[in-house]
Ligand binder design. Structure first.
Ligand code: PRP
Length: 202
């Protein structure tokens, strides 16, 4: 029985492929291109948007997947998280313009633009701050500059995007790394193969 594995395209892709190579799971690199289903016996790799990895795994079209903790926190999918892979480190932060930094800690109502509406909602309600969450699917850093929102909640890796848009980190919400996730039925039905894969990555 072969295993189908959902891999995140984009910033996590290279690190994921490097890890698979290093642990001898694959013997030659997988290239990120237009081809979205790559057969690499005994595995099939699906190259998908990072935020969609849990959807493929939860629905059983992929047995395993590599997903950022940020995405798992946002989606709360019904699957098993088997391993912290220690790659793809980033921070989930609240950021804003330098001049709003001081005001942030006194605010009782804020407008926040984010790709992570559930994380944002839950974070601000825990902090006792009323918030209006504006969901955007990308280029979130533009929002405070043009007055669409007061703050953003987003991931920061190198800090370059924030800097280039004159934004600063105000508060850290959580830290994130990539995780190995597994479909619940595959964990039972393909236990031997899943365990073999897990042991190589451990
Ligand atoms: C993410 C995130 C930030 C940026 C942070 O977006 O939403 O915009 O990366 O990275 P940095 O700190 O290294 O600059 P991504 O590049 O995944 O693209 P997107 O805006 O299209 O989602």
């Amino acid at each position: 029985m072969s295993l189908t594995i959902a891999l995140p395209k984009g910033r996590l892709f290279e690190e994921s492929v490097e890890l698979l190579l290093k642990r001898g799971i694959i013997s030659k690199p997988i290239k990120e291109g237009r081809k979205l289903l790559i057969e690499c016996h005994p595995f099939k790799f699906l190259l998908v948007k990072p935020a969609d990895v849990p959807v493929y795994v939860e629905n059983g079209v992929a047995d395993l997947g590599i997903a950022g903790y940020d995405v798992l926190l946002e989606r709360e999918p019904n699957l098993y998280t088997l391993l912290d892979l220690g790659i793809g480190f980033c921070r989930i932060v609240v950021a804003g313009r330098e001049e709003s930094k001081e005001r942030y800690f006194k605010e009782t109502y804020i407008k926040v633009a984010t790709k992570y509406p559930r994380i944002a909602q839950s974070f601000f309600s825990k902090m006792g701050i009323k918030s209006k969450i504006l969901y955007l699917s990308g280029s979130v850093e533009l929002a405070p500059t043009i007055g669409l929102a007061d703050y953003i909640l987003d991931i920061v890796q190198t800090g370059r995007t924030l800097k280039e848009n004159n934004l600063v980190i105000i508060e850290e919400v959580a830290q994130s790394t990539a995780r190995l996730v597994c479909n619940k039925a595959s964990y039972r039905n393909k236990h031997k193969q899943v365990l073999e894969f897990f042991n190589k990555l451990k």
